[in-house]
Design a protein around this ligand. Structure first.
Ligand code: MN
Length: 202
């Protein structure tokens, strides 16, 4: 029998935990009644937003270069990246220059989500939604509310993990997304996070 691969192996391999303050992390065993989502604004070599949702004790993660929209007519590219540990949802600070993902990270939004994907009138478990490449969830965050979908694209078959991220049509569609410049966790601006991070490095 082949041992089941550690779902955080890829995450840990990419990072040197002696250099970065990112968590090494653990895999959550207990199934969450109210699973978590987080969006992190990440000022790396290219600014992007990392969208992460709790599935099977880890955070499944996508990088969305164009960020989050509330307009259902707009589809944004979301590139699947490595699983992150649950602890990462509260990570805000600086990843040192030269390290993987080097740059400032802000918790742009955080909250819980509800799986609404039904097949034959029954909710399809999230691990199956992920495997099928079709995720439909309702977000209850500080900034983001309502239905969002993640749909794996045909291009994924070429080996690239391309998905589309889009707002579903509901009463939250097209609502203005408030205050994109402050942390949902600490109220800090990206500038403050960057400056405070620097003082720790000294
Ligand atoms: Mn990132």
């Amino acid at each position: 029998m082949v041992a089941k691969k550690n779902p955080l192996a890829h995450y840990r391999k990419k990072r040197s935990f002696k250099k970065t303050t990112e968590p090494r992390g653990t895999i959550k065993k207990k199934k969450a009644k109210q699973p978590l989502f987080v969006v992190q604004e990440h000022h790396a070599s290219h600014l992007h937003y990392d969208f992460r949702i709790e599935i099977d004790g880890v955070l499944k993660s996508w990088a969305i270069p164009k960020g989050i929209t509330s307009d259902p007519s707009i589809k944004h590219l979301a590139v699947l990246t490595e699983n992150h540990p649950m602890e990462y949802a509260h990570f805000e600070g600086i990843i040192p220059k030269g390290e993987y993902g080097g740059g400032t990270v802000m918790v742009w939004d955080i909250g819980t989500y509800e799986n609404i994907k039904e097949v034959d009138g029954k909710i399809l478990p999230m691990d199956k939604c992920f495997a099928k490449g079709r995720i439909e969830i309702v977000l209850n965050g500080k900034k983001l509310k309502g239905g969002y979908a993640l749909i794996k694209t045909q291009r994924s078959e070429t080996g690239e993990n391309y998905w589309l991220f889009l707002k579903m049509r509901d009463k939250y569609a097209k609502r203005k997304i408030p205050s994109i410049t402050r942390s949902a966790l600490t109220g800090r601006t990206i500038k403050q996070i960057a400056q405070e991070g620097k003082t720790y490095e000294d």
